[in-house]
Design a protein around this ligand. Structure first.
Ligand code: PAF
Length: 282
C-alpha cells in the first residue's frame, strides 16, 4: 500500500492506471476510520482493480461554530486499517494543495441540499460537493462508495454526478451499527461515557417508529412524534433534536401527512456538543 500526498502524483497514478485498463474505486473519508468506513473499503475491494481511500478533513464543509477543531484524527491508525483491508493507495492531500490562494470555485447542488442537514449547516453540502468533485478529478474513479448514514449527502452526490456528467458509478453502503444500535461515526469518539450509552436511544426510537409503521401507521407526524416521545422518556442527559423528518427515499422531498411512497426517517440530535445523525428506511 502506498500513501500519496501530492495532487500531481495522485492524478498521474490514476491516469496511468486507467490507461493501463485498470478500474479504480474511490472511498472518500475524513479519517478516524471505523468499521463503517472499512465496510466501504471491503465493498470497493470486491469491485475494482485498485482501491484509493482519501483521508482529508475538509475545512470548507464545516461552519464557523462547528467541530472542525475537535474532529478526531489518527493517521497512523487509519493507515494500518487501510492496509489490513487491502487498500492500494491512501491519498492524504494537504489543505494548501486542495485550496491554494485565490481558490474561489464551488459546486452547489441547489435544491436537495437545502433541507435537513443543509438547513442546520448552511454551506455544508457546497463544501462536500466541491471537495468530492476535486477528489473525483484527482483520482479518476470508475466507482465511488459512500455510507447511507449520510443519506442526504449520498443523494446530493448522486444528483451532482448526474448533473455534471461525472462518468462514475455511486454506490451507497448500508449503515454499520455498534452492538447497541448506534450508527458508527467518527464523532462518537467525542461522546462522554454516559452520553455514549444514551446515544443508542436514537436508533431505538427510530426502530420503534418503524414498528408502528409496520403495524399500519402511515401518518408522518405521528411517527415523528413517537420518536420524540421515546427520546424524552429515555434521555437523562440534556439533548437537542435538530430535526426529525420523514422524506421520500427516492426524490428526497419531505412527506407531510400520509406516507404513500418508500420513505426514510431522518434525525439529527445534539448531545454534549456532538452532532449525531441517523436514518431508517421504512
Ligand atoms: O462523509 C464524509 O466523510 C465527507 O463528507 C466526505 C464525503 C469525505 C467529503 O469530505
Amino acid at each position: 500500500m502506498q500513501q500519496i500526498k501530492n495532487i500531481v502524483e495522485i492524478q498521474d497514478f490514476a491516469l496511468e492506471s486507467r490507461r493501463a485498463g485498470k478500474t479504480i474505486a474511490l472511498v472518500p473519508t475524513m479519517g478516524y476510520l471505523h468499521d463503517g468506513h472499512l465496510m466501504l473499503m471491503k465493498k470497493a475491494r470486491e469491485k475494482a482493480d485498485l482501491v484509493i481511500v482519501s483521508i482529508f478533513v475538509n475545512p470548507i464543509q464545516f461552519g464557523p461554530n462547528e467541530d472542525l477543531d475537535r474532529y478526531p484524527q489518527d493517521l497512523e491508525g487509519d493507515l494500518a486499517k487501510c492496509r489490513a483491508v487491502g487498500v492500494d493507495v491512501v491519498f492524504t492531500p494537504t489543505n494548501e494543495d486542495l485550496y491554494p490562494d485565490l481558490f474561489q470555485t464551488s459546486v452547489d447542488v441547489k435544491e436537495i441540499s437545502k433541507g435537513l442537514c443543509g438547513a442546520g449547516r448552511p454551506g455544508h453540502f457546497q463544501g462536500v460537493t466541491t471537495v468530492v468533485s476535486k477528489l473525483f478529478n484527482l483520482t479518476l474513479p470508475n466507482i465511488a462508495f459512500f455510507g447511507e448514514k449520510d443519506f442526504q449527502q449520498l443523494a446530493v452526490i448522486r444528483r451532482m454526478v448526474i448533473d455534471l456528467n461525472f462518468p462514475i458509478e455511486i454506490i451507497g453502503v448500508p449503515i454499520v451499527r455498534e452492538n447497541d444500535g448506534l450508527a458508527m461515526s467518527s464523532r462518537n469518539a467525542n461522546l462522554p461515557d454516559r452520553e455514549r450509552k444514551e446515544a443508542a436511544n436514537i436508533y431505538q426510537a427510530l426502530s420503534q417508529a418503524k414498528s408502528l409503521y409496520e403495524q399500519g401507521n402511515r401518518e408522518s407526524d405521528q411517527l415523528c412524534r413517537a420518536v420524540l416521545n421515546q427520546l424524552e422518556e429515555k434521555f437523562e442527559s440534556p439533548y437537542q433534536v435538530e430535526y426529525i423528518k420523514l422524506y421520500d427515499a427516492f426524490n428526497l422531498t419531505e412527506i407531510n401527512g400520509l406516507i404513500t411512497t418508500p420513505a426514510v426517517m431522518l434525525i439529527a440530535v445534539h448531545l454534549s456538543g456532538t452532532r449525531l445523525i441517523d436514518n431508517l428506511q421504512l
